[in-house]
Design a protein around this ligand. Structure first.
Ligand SMILES: Nc1ncnc2c1ncn2[C@@H]1O[C@H](COP(=O)(O)OP(=O)(O)OP(=O)(O)O)[C@@H](O)[C@H]1O
Ligand SMILES: [Mg+2]
Ligand SMILES: [Zn+2]
Length: 450
């Protein structure tokens, strides 16, 4: 029994309406609403309704036994490895290297666990060619080239693997539905059926989903609340570095990152990531900060260029930090250092374009800007950590201890930080020169005083 019913779904945000609108009422995007026919109840859901509730104490609480993805960096992002029965969504722009990552990982996992790789986009031969280029040894991997959801489900039940990969969710379809593969309702329906299957059979499932740069065809966006873990594979076409970032994780901390390099023979883990985002050159306009991404401290350069403007509205551009953050930092400098910036263009970029979410990078941004403006290099071999408050004070930073440890490990000589506990200062006294400051003015006097 499956009655057909027609709805109108925004392909951008996934919101549903019963009639057509030219503009989505939810996300305001134009021409994104498409009529989709969907079946009201799937067979799978009907069967599941026969489940009964049980007393809470009857649930066994075994410790979760994770298995490794074969990559230390991947495991870190997952919160310590793959959880059996969990569903992971791996998103990323086309061509970024999602298939490469999962194929390498699948090869490594298949040494210990049964793995099924479902390729809905590429033929078996194409996957084999990649496999050979990646120079993988193990051939224990099961592979299935199919786009039809019910055949995929049958095969997963038949193989009963510990780990299954769907590459990709936009390429598969439920033939009971009339909407086309990749549409919001197909993506949702296929995912929820696969998710039920994974949970019932304790199969860890990794679903690949494409995300475009402007998020225009963001089918996978609508899945984020459905799955246990959402990770993004990021990078740009110019550099060979790739970042794996967790956006949501029911089994670990979020904003954890893993760093790889894309080489001809596949992805390689970066062992010392701080080295790729810093230069250690002492020139005006450049400082180093230590941010915290998930549980990992990471040194990143912050570069600024401040020039007299030729425009009535000065230019402000950022790469790696948000533009609003820059506007706020400029306002704090104007008010509390007493320097008028309205006649200057201001460009700020992080090393390698690395996206920083940690507000303790503010101080580094401010010092870089002032260093470029005054054309004075900042104090040599120094890192800056601290969030700028609107009243000019430098506020406490999260996880300062591990940031200082990272600075010590990298051989940094001075570190400028907000006021810290005496005990913390004593711990590091012999290893690094810690300068405690309480506001932006003090930081400027200390580091740009030549
Ligand atoms: N021979 C090669 N040498 C070096 N790098 C290669 C080679 N072939 C492919 N690559 C890299 O692999 C990337 C494509 O990887 P992959 O197919 O895994 O990406 P994807 O995210 O799965 O893409 P799609 O959206 O097409 O599924 C290319 O952008 C390129 O960087
Ligand atoms: Mg692919
Ligand atoms: Zn919308």
């Amino acid at each position: 029994m499956s009655s057909k019913l027609s709805t109108f779904i925004c392909q951008n945000c996934g919101s549903e309406t019963s009639q057509y609108f030219g503009k989505c009422l939810n996300c305001n995007s134009w021409n994104s609403i498409v009529e989709e026919i969907k079946s009201k109840t799937s067979k799978y859901q009907e069967k599941k309704n026969s489940k009964k509730s049980i007393p809470f104490h009857e649930i066994s609480s075994k410790k979760i036994l994770r298995f490794s993805s074969g990559f230390r960096e991947f495991d870190r992002v997952l919160g310590g490895g793959i959880v059996p029965g969990s569903v992971v969504l791996l998103g990323g722009e086309p061509g970024i290297g999602k298939s490469t990552l999962v194929l390498q990982s699948a090869g490594k996992i298949s040494l210990n666990e049964k793995v099924l790789y479902i390729t809905a986009e590429e033929s078996l031969e194409q996957v084999k060619i990649r496999w050979e280029r990646l120079n993988q040894n193990s051939i224990d991997l099961q592979i299935f080239a199919e786009t039809n959801l019910s055949l995929i489900i049958e095969e997963i039940k038949h193989v009963n693997p510990s780990f299954a990969i769907i590459d990709s969710i936009q390429a598969i379809h439920n033939h009971e539905m009339q909407s086309s593969p990749g549409s919001v309702s197909q993506v949702r329906e296929c995912s929820s059926e696969l998710q039920n299957l994974a949970k019932d059979n304790n199969i860890a499932l990794l679903i690949i989903g494409h995300v475009t740069k402007d998020g225009a065809l963001a089918g996978p966006k609508t899945l984020e609340h459905l799955v246990d873990t959402v990770i993004n594979f990021e990078g740009d076409k110019i550099s060979s570095h790739r970042l794996l970032r967790s956006i949501k994780n029911r089994f670990g901390s979020t904003f954890e990152i893993g760093i790889f390099e894309m080489l001809e023979e596949g992805l390689r883990e970066i062992k010392n990531p701080s080295s790729i985002f810093t230069n250690k050159e002492n020139i005006s306009g450049v400082t180093t900060t230590i941010t915290n991404e998930g549980t990992r401290p990471l040194a990143v350069d912050i570069q600024a260029l401040v020039n007299k403007t030729f425009y009535s509205n000065p230019r402000r551009t950022t790469t790696g930090i948000s533009i609003n953050r820059l506007h706020q930092i400029l306002a704090v400098i104007e008010k509390h250092v007493g320097i008028k910036l309205s006649e200057f263009d201001c460009y700020v970029a992080t090393g390698g374009g690395f996206e920083i979410n940690d507000p303790s990078s503010d101080l580094g941004v401010a010092i870089s800007i002032l260093s470029s403006l005054k054309n004075i290099p900042p104090l040599a071999n120094t890192s800056f950590i601290g969030e700028l408050g609107l009243s000019g004070q430098v506020r406490k930073s999260n996880n300062l201890r591990i940031k200082i440890e990272e600075a010590v490990r990298l051989g940094i000589k001075n570190i400028v930080v907000p006021k810290i506990e005496e005990e913390l200062n004593n711990n590091f006294q012999k290893l690094i020169n810690i300068k405690e400051i309480s506001n932006i003015k003090e930081a400027v006097d200390y580091s740009l005083s030549k």
